[in-house]
Design a protein around this ligand. Structure first.
Ligand SMILES: CC(C)(COP(=O)(O)OP(=O)(O)OC[C@H]1O[C@@H](n2cnc3c(N)ncnc32)[C@H](O)[C@@H]1OP(=O)(O)O)[C@@H](O)C(=O)NCCC(=O)NCCS
Length: 174
């Protein structure tokens, strides 16, 4: 197990086959752990199991198969949360440390994008510290002022509400 501040995630094999699917309620524990792993490193906002349960239909997961004696498990997660009829937020994006830099983060963001297009959304939004990653996914940095009020929906529960360094990024689907 890889641990930090009592957060433990499975030691997945980096060459394990990975498949994308919609999340299930049985994924909540593993999603909570993976997001907690990166939240403990200051990379993202922690999410409670209650909030994950309420929004589980938002999420895609990447499932790694057992490989060469190591267990299978959650290789990545990302959600698309509807904010308004014309806007959704890509949120809760996390890739397991064994699978960094293999295109899986982009795979997840593209799965959200495909769902957004299927719903008829004109644009997707993200809060992030990972500007370069989102630029590689076709997003553009936008000014935090004059944002749609709904994009602040999670900010009240964030520890950095008064001192937020996250960047706002937008992807037009037109
Ligand atoms: C950010 C994160 C999701 C990226 O996932 P990943 O699987 O490593 O990224 P990918 O391999 O899919 O990269 C896709 C593209 O982004 C680029 N990229 C990714 N991370 C980058 C970085 N830190 N700096 C510059 N470019 C980066 C890649 O070079 C690649 O570019 P290409 O498509 O032109 O080849 C992953 O590093 C992670 O889980 N980080 C910790 C949690 C986190 O920060 N989540 C984001 C919260 S909004």
């Amino acid at each position: 197990m890889l641990t930090l501040d009592s957060i433990a995630i499975p030691d997945l094999h980096p060459d394990a086959p990975v498949a994308t699917r919609k999340a299930r309620l049985t994924d909540i524990e593993a999603i909570h752990e993976l997001i907690g792993y990166w939240a403990a490193r200051g990379q993202m906002l922690v999410r409670s199991k209650q909030l994950l349960a309420e929004t589980i239909r938002d999420f895609f997961v990447l499932e790694a198969a057992p490989h060469e004696g190591r267990p299978g498990g959650l290789a990545g997660v990302c959600g698309l949360h509807l904010l308004a009829p014309d806007l959704a937020e890509v949120r809760g994006l996390a890739v397991h440390p064994a699978f960094q830099g293999k295109g899986l983060g982009k795979t997840l963001v593209l799965a959200c994008e495909a769902e957004g297009r299927a719903l008829g959304l004109p644009a997707l939004f993200a809060w992030t510290y990972q500007q370069k990653f989102f630029e590689a996914c076709g997003y553009t940095r936008i000014d935090k002022t004059n944002l749609h009020p709904k994009v602040w929906s999670e900010c009240q529960r964030c520890a950095f509400f008064e001192n937020c360094n996250e960047i706002a990024m937008l992807r037009s689907l037109d």
